[in-house]
Design a protein around this ligand. Structure first.
Ligand code: ADP
Ligand code: MG
Length: 256
């Protein structure tokens, strides 16, 4: 049998904000069912890479493939843009993001937060989506919070609601940008537990994290970014247990 193409395959990605070159030729691949963690100092380009992957940001050079399908571009350099709005929507809805600050809609109940996009963006029937949404909220342990407002929940509960919202899109992959950074340590654990469950179900995920223990526990592959380039990568036991690069060793000792 032929192996399926990677869910995300990025080659030689370059991204600048004006004069500032943030990504300087990055290759990264997320195979189906694998968990890739991105680590690195603040400002190294981790968030930018995730945002380029699901086309929230433009990039001026390099290839992005979703399940083998290359993104079509028009223009070049700083003027390069995706050429096909339908393709952008398809890719973006299939790579659901979970943000550091949860970004729940404060004027909607938790259930409405989860139901909104599958109904309005994907056009799925509301009753069906609601049933699935309740099941996803159950899955992340807050099935009893359907009818409350986001502000009534703890940070850990809000983040789990945001994960349920991402799951309700039934995406091909989940992209996490520092999902536990805004949480107190005790609340962090409840979110990490959910992420571990998702990993053990074989979901495809890319996770930007400052939590080296979580990266060690859940990842199949760890990528260390330094100033817009991959400095070192490999299986978690190698990256954390036997780092080769001086910069990675320095980074790891500073995060302990
Ligand atoms: P990380 O997530 O690794 O901390 P980011 O990808 O957020 O890094 O940022 C990489 C660099 O790009 C930083 O120098 C940051 O200041 C800059 N940057 C990020 N977003 C923007 C933006 N919208 N406009 C200009 N510069 C940005
Ligand atoms: Mg970031």
């Amino acid at each position: 049998m032929v192996a399926p193409p990677p869910v995300i395959e990025i080659t030689n990605l370059h991204k600048s904000y004006g004069e500032l070159e943030v990504l300087k030729g990055v290759d990264i691949t997320a195979q189906r069912g694998s968990v890739v963690s991105l680590i690195g100092s603040s400002g190294s380009g981790k968030s930018t890479l995730l945002r380029c992957a699901n086309l929230l940001e433009n990039s001026e050079q390099g290839e992005i493939r979703f399940k083998g399908e290359p993104v079509h571009w028009k223009g070049s350099g700083l003027h390069r843009r995706p050429a096909d709005a339908k393709q952008v929507l398809r890719i973006r809805t299939n790579l659901s993001m979970v943000f550091q600050q949860f970004n729940l809609w404060s004027h909607m109940t938790i259930l409405q937060n989860v139901v909104e996009a599958p109904v309005t963006v994907l056009g799925r029937p509301k009753a069906e989506v609601e049933e699935a949404a309740r099941a996803y909220l159950d899955k992340v342990g807050i099935g009893d919070k359907c009818d409350v407002w986001p502000a009534q929940l703890s940070g850990g509960q809000q983040q789990r609601a945001a994960i349920a919202r991402a799951l309700a899109m039934e995406p091909e992959a989940l992209l996490f940008d520092e999902p536990t950074s805004a949480l107190d340590p005790e609340l962090e654990q409840e979110v990490i537990r959910v992420i571990k469950d998702l990993a053990s179900e074989g979901r495809t995920m890319m996770i930007v994290t400052h939590d080296m223990k979580m990266a060690l526990d859940v990842s199949d592959h760890v990528v260390f970014l330094h100033q817009g380039l991959i400095e070192e990568q490999g299986p978690p036991d190698m990256v954390f247990g036997a780092p080769r690069s001086e910069r990675l060793r320095g980074f790891l000792s500073a995060t302990h």
